[in-house]
Design a protein around this ligand. Structure first.
Ligand SMILES: [Zn+2]
Length: 193
């Protein structure tokens, strides 16, 4: 695939079922190589979906990296929309769903995303739920300043996600682990290798 975006018509919108447009762009991202960025948009209902993936599927993988301080916050993360991402120390988990987004960020950016989600929750939380959210936000702030170590774990049934850092540990997923993962709706069929 060349550097020019490929436009494809006629994909059904997951939100309203009308036909939308899918745009694919192959990008060469430093350190990661060639990735395909997909953007689906529906002019009928405004639904948008982004994803980032390698051009092919791989074996199910578990990736883990320990973030011990400020320098480690630069660990790069490519999360495919079908991957589950977890920060056990914060009790934070992002599971794939119908509107699941792929993204390219670093550990600091991931904390920011979790923080944004928590702040939304904070507006409606009451009682014990509110106490928990406040506590997690405090911990998260410590993590962002590099004062509290934490772990980033990625579970990817298609092995399309990546972590890039000196202490990344990678291992294949067992069949059972793969079965237990939440699956996202695969909008776009890729050839299985
Ligand atoms: Zn739509």
């Amino acid at each position: 695939m060349g550097p020019l975006p490929t436009q494809m018509q006629g994909f059904s919108c997951p939100s309203c079922s009308n036909k939308g447009v899918l745009v694919q762009v192959a990008q060469n991202i430093p350190l990661f190589g060639h990735l395909v960025i997909q953007t689906f948009s529906c002019k009928h209902c405004g639904f948008k979906l982004n994803d980032v993936m390698e051009a092919e599927f791989h074996a199910p993988t578990r990736l883990e990296v320990r973030v011990n301080g400020k320098e480690d916050l630069n660990v790069k993360i490519v999360r495919n929309s079908s991957a589950t991402i977890e920060i056990p120390e914060l009790g934070a988990k992002v599971e794939p769903g119908p509107a699941s987004m792929g993204f390219y960020t670093n550990a600091e950016g991931l904390l920011e995303r979790v923080g944004d989600a928590l702040n939304v929750l904070l507006n409606s939380a009451k009682g014990k739920e509110l106490d928990t959210a406040v506590k997690v936000l405090e911990d998260l702030s410590q993590c962002r300043q590099g004062k509290k170590p934490f772990t980033v774990v990625l579970w990817d049934p298609y092995g399309n996600s990546k972590l890039l850092g000196s202490r990344v540990v990678e291992r294949p997923l067992s069949e059972e682990e793969t079965r237990n993962l939440k699956k996202s709706v695969q909008l776009f069929e890729s050839e299985k290798k």
